[in-house]
Design a protein around this ligand. Structure first.
Ligand SMILES: Cc1cc2nc3c(=O)[nH]c(=O)nc-3n(C[C@H](O)[C@H](O)[C@H](O)COP(=O)(O)O)c2cc1C
Length: 373
């Protein structure tokens, strides 16, 4: 791995996030493609995420004053240049040798927030160090998978805090791996030299002696999966805000708000965990209503256009995250590819705001969405 990312070139004709995806198919081998692009089982949720944003229509206003307009938002006490963050995505060195380091530089250059995965293939300290001094960089958060060893989990959270991460994002929708049929068909395996380096010292999980009738899943893996008590435990271990990622039910959202979490990310893991759950665009308004302003609500899943970002804001999100598109940008052109994906989204968002009469994102309210009367 190089210490400063190499600069690639944007392939000719790549002008949208969909173009990046199509081009990435020609760059990535079948193994990596199955991992990065696939969803769980029949990929019903994967498709539903996209379809739900497409099904929402904007209802623009005209002749409004637009001077002084901007895409800035406030989030967890900071002002961000725009509301797009990069979602945690594991093993990015499988897309490009610079991996998460390139992603971090690109995020910093574009003022985008970055959520580094627990399963990053670059040490979390290296990523934080690389962008620490970058003026105008967005927030840097660490995504945490609760490990079977709580002592190790606490140390991981402390490492992130010491390295300068500003929030912990506890992912709660992946206590077991989804049925990744596409990966199994491709015979997916991690290439040599790519691994979850931040978990290198994790002690092996104990293998409990199962009694007859006990399940290897429920009494094995899930015996140490996080519960609500662990959310409180984690909050007690850190001074950082703890956000929950993967909340889809309004009752869970209320429970989380009662625990004073730092925020909620409405997510179905990009359709990679439980298939046939609803699209995030459909669930978002319920979660926003349930928390009633108690904490910020973010959303990811299928966001591919500036208009999708604007629709999410109109539904009450404070910010959005994108996953696959920037990994494809990374595969296509390293740091420059990730920066390009972010720039495209920012430009499209500005155009969408300008043409729908929103000078600021505060003006993106539910009335911006067309309702069939
Ligand atoms: C290749 C890949 C790896 C991912 N790894 C993680 C991860 O390590 N932790 C996590 O919380 N979410 C992970 N996710 C889910 C993303 O954070 C995000 O929820 C999802 O990609 C958003 O959907 P989109 O890809 O349609 O934008 C991963 C997603 C992809 C595509």
């Amino acid at each position: 791995m190089t210490s400063v990312p190499t600069l690639g070139q944007i392939p000719p004709g790549v002008v949208t996030l969909a173009d990046h995806e199509a081009h990435a198919r020609t760059v990535l081998d079948d193994n990596a493609w199955a991992y990065f692009s696939g969803g769980a089982a029949d990929e019903i949720t994967l498709r539903a995420n996209r379809e739900a944003w497409d099904a929402l229509l904007l209802h623009p206003r005209v002749l409004r004053p637009m001077a002084g307009g901007h895409t800035r938002v406030r989030l967890l006490g900071r002002t961000l240049a725009h509301p797009v963050l990069l979602a945690p995505a594991a093993f990015q060195r499988m897309a490009h040798p610079d991996g998460e380091l390139a992603t971090a530089y690109a995020a910093a250059m574009q003022g985008a927030g970055l959520v580094l995965s627990t399963q990053a293939s670059v040490p979390l300290e290296t990523v934080a160090q690389a962008i620490r001094g970058e003026p105008g960089r967005g927030p840097l958060w660490f995504q945490l998978y609760m490990q079977h060893d709580r002592g190790f989990t606490r140390e991981l959270a402390q490492r992130a805090e010491q390295a300068g991460y500003e929030a912990l994002v506890l992912t709660v929708d992946a206590s077991a791996s989804g049925a990744r049929d596409r990966e199994r068909r491709a015979g997916f395996r991690l290439p040599d030299g790519v691994s979850a380096v931040n978990l290198a010292n994790l002690p092996p999980a104990p293998t409990p002696a199962l009694q007859p009738g006990q399940s290897a899943l429920f009494d094995g893996l899930l015996a140490t999966a996080p519960t609500w008590a662990d959310v409180e435990w984690l909050q007690a271990q850190t001074r950082l805000p703890v956000l929950l990622k993967g909340v889809l039910h309004e009752d869970d959202a209320r429970q989380a708000a009662a625990l004073r979490v730092g925020g909620l990310i409405v997510s179905n893991h990009g359709g990679r965990t439980l298939d046939t759950v609803p699209a995030t665009a459909r669930v978002l308004p319920r979660i926003v209503a349930a928390v009633a302003g108690a904490c910020p609500v973010l959303v990811d899943g299928g966001i591919r256009r500036g208009t999708d970002v604007l629709k999410a804001m109109a539904l009450g999100a404070q910010a959005v995250l994108v996953g696959r598109p920037y990994v494809f940008g990374l595969a296509n052109a390293g740091a420059l590819g990730v920066a390009h994906v972010l720039r495209l989204l920012r430009d499209e968002l500005e155009i969408a705001m300008a043409l729908s009469g929103c000078a600021t994102l505060e003006q993106a309210t539910p009335s911006l969405l067309f309702r069939q009367s």
